[in-house]
Design a protein. Structure first.
Lengths: 325, 325
DNA sequence: CTGAAAGCGCTAACAT
DNA sequence: ATGTTAGCGCTTTCAG
């Protein structure tokens, strides 16, 4: 910047004004500065700028579980688009469901003085963020609530969605509904399971604990569990898959066997319509969820100091898949 | 940091040493400093640190077309994982195939003094990056080559993959192969089309320009084009879809009609096995592509000044889908 | 409307 | 092994 100033025959401050298109600069001087900038290939150092000016790094941090998962990719896409509209860059990192890693990544983002944080929490204690929040870094939680910290939160109606879905199964006459979930340690899984139980209880259907299977981490595991359940005496007549990875494995096994068990699945997916097996999907708009959270975050960044909100987004039941052979 | 130093009764530099766990600090002093850090809730300002130390913001930039697309999400996931292993943060931005936006985003990343850039290029002129590259910001191009800039590049064997796939169609007796593509302006689309034509020419099959359809932007458009082609006199007996979005629409329309046309598709996808229509997929490992590029980038960041490389990754033909009814 | 000086928070280079 | 000094590139403050 000093070089540019020398070249243009003006002071450093004038260059700064021109570069930041601040007012009160004679067009003639501005032109000389711009020429010097071009000749010298000057690029403003954003680091130095935000160091001096205190706040506003024009960067927000997004912490999710796993970027490659379509659910989180959709969230990232929506957040990125809103950030871009505000000329803000997005730092994305994956916790991989590891609370220690989550904490380290969030601390690092804070060290980089992001203007705000969008977090899909992995851990259950976010009190380590309290100091940052009080120092002025807003945090919005997404998809799951924060632990031990009061903060803005945008959630999905997991319980209501699950309940509505299972109610539909019950109305179709199903009494034995198997539930397959990833990990009971995850908030969304607990809520969805609770919703399923609500519907079962309301219908006076017997609740059989052996039909609930935790720890189904991937499609292959889901397939094995389905096989095992169907080979039992008194097998379930319906399956409720609590996430999209599980759904894939369940569909495959049910199709392979030519089973006529009903399938209810949380999370919609691109090819659901073309799956060769009828299923009911609990769908929702992940992009909308992320947009709501990002909007809330920017409002905080813009100085909104009102009491923290919690917003719950609805889900919808949709019939998918092709009729049975 | 000054406050911490005062509190611990040491100099600023000692605090700096402790915070950066540099050697030559008495354990006793280090402990006092750490205590002061905890009491005062001190957080190192990463901005100031990298401003002073010149380089090493421990940040890399990733520019892709669209985060929500599974192909780019996979790339982002792989890059993020490698970055994390080096305690490096990842800034991700989407160009949405807009060259102007690409340029603006890349410039912004440079202004933030990222240590390196990973780019899936949208535009055809990247000479604006030359100054940055010469000033020491390495750039690796991914999936598509740079325009007007010599740089490391990691590509897929688009042409070879397409050729092998179409050759298989030809060997199965197909002479009229329709090709559906997104935009001829995109490098990968051109290469794939060229590969298809290679195979057709090699087989002495007639090349019919009316069977090549450009501008198929989404699944719905793909479905319409398939319908139109099949309703022609002398319709194609095989379809070659040049990307995953197009494939969805083609499958749906072919299935809807109960058509027995063959389908070849670039890009594998999760549910391909369960699609109720037989298809051949040109598959590749997008994660591996991204890992190779990120590896190359980090080698450059670590000071590798050798001549720029271009690496081409192979593709593979895989049978997918369920047999026809 | 423009410029000089001070300093954001930290680390490199040099003392001690 | 620890401390002192200078300054990274920019913006703020205040004087002209």
């Amino acid at each position: 910047m000093a070089d540019v100033a020398a070249r243009a025959g003006v002071s450093l401050k004038t260059v700064s004004r021109v570069v930041n298109d601040a007012p009160h600069v004679q067009p003639e001087l501005a032109e000389r500065v711009l020429a010097a900038v071009a000749e010298l290939g000057f690029r403003r150092n954003h680091l130095a700028s935000s160091l001096r000016s205190g706040q506003a790094t024009a960067t927000i941090g997004l912490l999710i579980e796993e970027i490659a998962n379509p659910f989180y990719a959709t969230i990232a896409g929506a957040a990125a688009e809103m950030a871009r509209q505000r000329d803000t860059m997005l730092i994305i990192a994956s916790s991989e469901e590891d609370p220690a890693r989550e904490q380290q990544l969030l601390r690092d983002m804070c060290a980089r003085r992001v203007d705000g944080l969008l977090v899909v929490p992995a851990g259950h204690d976010h009190s380590f963020l309290r100091a940052e929040v009080e120092l002025g870094t807003p945090v919005v939680f997404l998809d799951r609530p924060a632990g031990k910290l009061r903060a803005d939160t945008v959630l999905l109606d997991n319980r209501g969605g699950a309940r509505a879905g299972v109610r539909r199964l019950v109305e179709a006459g199903h009494r034995r509904v198997a539930v397959l979930l990833d990990s009971i340690g995850v908030y969304t899984m607990r809520e969805r399971l609770d919703g399923a139980q609500d519907a079962l209880v309301e219908a006076g259907a017997p609740y059989d604990n052996r039909l609930v299977r935790d720890g189904v981490r991937d499609p292959a595991a889901a397939g094995r569990v389905v096989a095992e359940l169907l080979d039992q005496p008194d097998p379930p007549t319906a399956f409720f898959s609590l996430n999209n990875r599980i759904t894939l494995g369940v569909i495959e096994e049910l199709y392979r066997r030519g089973s006529d068990a009903a399938l209810l699945a949380f999370d919609d997916f691109d090819l659901a319509r073309l799956v060769p097996y009828p299923l009911t999907v609990i769908a929702y708009d992940a992009g909308e969820l992320a947009r709501a959270a990002t909007e809330l975050l920017f409002r905080r960044i813009d100085g909104d100091r009102s009491w923290p909100h919690t917003v719950v987004h609805p889900t919808e039941l949709v019939a998918r898949g092709l009729p049975n052979r």
